[in-house]
Design a protein around this ligand. Sequence first.
Ligand SMILES: [Zn+2]
Length: 148
Amino acid sequence: MTSDSTDTRTLTGGCMCGAVRYEVRDFPAGKEIDGILCHCKKMNTMLSFNVQGARKNLHVVQGEPKTWEDPNADSGKPITRAFCGTCGTALWSTPESAPEVVFVKAGALDQINEVKPKAEIVSRGINGQLNGVDGWLICHIVASMLNI
Ligand SMILES: [Zn+2]
């Protein structure tokens, strides 16, 4: 376990079968964990609810996730998607266009009940086809504006 300072905390998570466990260290403490609902052109398979962290703070503490490099993210650059090779749980994504960032799948976090919906990313390719989720969306962001 990592001991947290008063300014940071460690988020923990893992897959359904327990083979892969990870930590996101040095996450800001004392604030809500912002969730990002992400739609991309592949929304039928890639609709996801994420928490953004610093990639350098992501540490696998058990098991070894499998990865798949998606060559065609909406940014036009690849994005690597990590998942459990045993149970298939999606774990996180690391976009080449934002090398310091990791998007951890909120559903795999032990702190999922603390994740507050904050933003929705709608790519240009599908903008207008989705109306968002009533009641909890704060903003809509065009993915290309975030360079992801
Ligand atoms: Zn698993």
